[in-house]
Design a binder for this molecule. Structure first.
Ligand SMILES: CC(=O)N[C@H]1[C@@H](OP(=O)(O)OP(=O)(O)OC[C@H]2O[C@@H](n3ccc(=O)[nH]c3=O)[C@H](O)[C@@H]2O)O[C@H](CO)[C@@H](O)[C@@H]1O
Ligand SMILES: C=C(OP(=O)(O)O)C(=O)O
Length: 427
């Protein structure tokens, strides 16, 4: 298995291109199930999760073709077509590898009138229940059964009627599933306290481009008037705000100056605010975000929250940065109960972090030291890369498959801005 070897201490400088967003792509891809016509997605990141999702969709009879990109380019163009569905079952083997597989439940139900999807279960960052996905679909008229580790959802004859649902807590995944089911319902669906992450807006914009009728895009209350059919579309996946935020932390911890080309500053205000409070220069530009730092980092206190709050997916990377800030930072993780798996590994690199339940206290240190480290999830792995870029000596990050799920050609991008980072084989 490959690993990443980093020789820390190089100041990052230059331009780093930002890819299409994993978490948007994984909710745009299942939209192919909603129409017989072709759906073309541009700016799809080259990631293990996207390949896995493609494989999942192929299993339902969706054809996929990749075109128009050179190997050296970041991103790809994929055309998907679900002329006729040959299956509506998402098997355990795929769902267990990729939690986003649950996002086929709503569209399969809407198009085929039934869906059988393996229950995803928990993962390294927490419990990750799907009860709200199921309750929202039930409120729209679905019948749901749980048996043998699978969810079986059925629409009444003639299709889902649609209905009203108020989310008791904001759920990104449940909002996505409900939206994708509601667009083809017979009647109107009202979703209250829906998630309004930029990835949800991207989903709504694609659905609208396919002919869906959605009111309130970008707001907490959405009204969806079901339509009889959706048509194909060509759509560009939004820029990855978490990838951009991660590289912003990487630039800042090295005291560097990096332009994140293609990042959308408007989606990243909570991250920019936290970075500015930490003493980092953040400039919003027309075509990206400029990050500048001179090493004088300050402690900040952060609580993760649904958008427009500070994203849980940025918590580990910000924590890595704060390891080298002057003073004591307090982080509070409100979304996932177990998202501090990076802490023991950062401490092995010389950080001084204590956790108590959902709170982490980061006492800034003046230096980190390279070590062999590994993490159990994607953003935790990135936090170790960020720490490694500033650490003295050599850092080896094992279990690279986590990073390959969410960071397109990480080592190449970091090399572009002067990092000493290599991917090496064997483990
Ligand atoms: C609100 C939020 O920040 N969501 C994040 C969450 O999305 P993801 O869709 O995975 O998770 P949700 O947004 O659904 O979860 C938000 C909260 O709701 C709870 N919950 C969720 C569904 C459900 O059926 N029942 C239930 O109780 C969860 O335990 C969690 O505390 O992880 C993704 C991957 O890290 C991030 O990109 C999302 O930004
Ligand atoms: C945890 C993440 O993704 P997933 O839900 O796909 O595991 C993430 O993007 O940080």
């Amino acid at each position: 298995m490959d690993k990443i070897v980093i020789h820390g201490g190089k100041r990052l400088s230059g331009t780093l291109p930002i890819s299409g967003a994993k978490n948007a792509a994984l909710t745009l891809l299942p939209c192919a199930l909603l129409t017989e016509e072709p759906l073309t997605l541009r700016n799809l990141p080259r990631l293990a999760d996207i390949d896995q999702f493609q494989h999942l969709l192929n299993g339902f009879g969706v054809s996929t073709a990749i075109a128009g990109t050179r190997p050296e380019d970041f991103g790809r163009v994929m055309t998907l077509q679900a002329t006729r569905l040959t299956s509506s079952t998402a098997p355990y083997d795929i769902v267990r590898k990729m939690r986003a597989s649950i996002l086929v439940l709503g569209p399969l139900l809407a198009r085929a009138g039934e869906a059988t999807v393996s229950l995803p279960g928990g993962c390294a960052i927490g419990n990750r229940p799907i009860d709200l996905h199921l309750k929202a679909l039930e409120a729209m008229g679905a019948e749901i059964e749980l048996a043998a580790g699978y969810v079986r959802a059925r629409a009444p004859d003639g299709g889902l009627p649609g209905g009203d649902f108020t989310f008791p807590v904001v759920s990104v995944g449940a909002t996505e599933n409900a939206l994708m089911a509601a667009v083809l319902a017979k009647g109107t669906t009202r979703l209250e306290n829906a998630a309004r992450e930029p990835e949800i807006v991207d989903l709504c914009n694609l659905l609208a481009a396919m002919g869906a009728q959605i009111e309130g895009i970008g707001e907490s209350n959405l009204t969806i008037h079901g339509v009889d059919r959706l048509h194909g579309a060509t759509y560009r996946v939004m820029a990855d705000r978490i990838e951009a935020g991660s590289y912003a932390c990487a630039a800042a911890i090295t005291g560097g100056e990096v332009f994140l080309k293609g990042a959308n500053p408007g989606d990243m205000r909570a991250t920019s605010h936290a970075l500015r409070n930490a003493g980092v220069v953040v400039e919003e530009r027309k075509d990206g975000l400029f990050i500048g730092a001179n090493g004088g980092l300050k402690a900040v206190n952060i609580s993760t929250a649904p958008y427009p709050g500070f994203a849980t997916d940025m918590q580990a990377q910000l924590m890595a940065l704060l390891c080298m800030a002057e003073g004591t930072s307090v982080l509070n993780e409100t979304i996932f109960e177990n998202r501090y798996m990076h802490v023991p590994e950062l401490n092995r690199m010389g950080a001084h972090i204590e956790t108590n339940g959902r709170t982490a206290v980061v006492h800034g240190v003046s230096k980190l030291t390279g070590a062999e480290v590994m993490a159990t999830d994607l953003r935790a792995s990135m936090s170790l890369v960020i720490a490694g870029l500033a650490a003295e000596g050599e850092t080896t990050v094992h279990r690279l498959y986590h990073l390959d799920r969410g960071y397109e050609r990480l080592e190449e991008k970091l090399q572009l801005v002067g990092a000493d980072v290599q991917r090496v084989g064997g483990d």
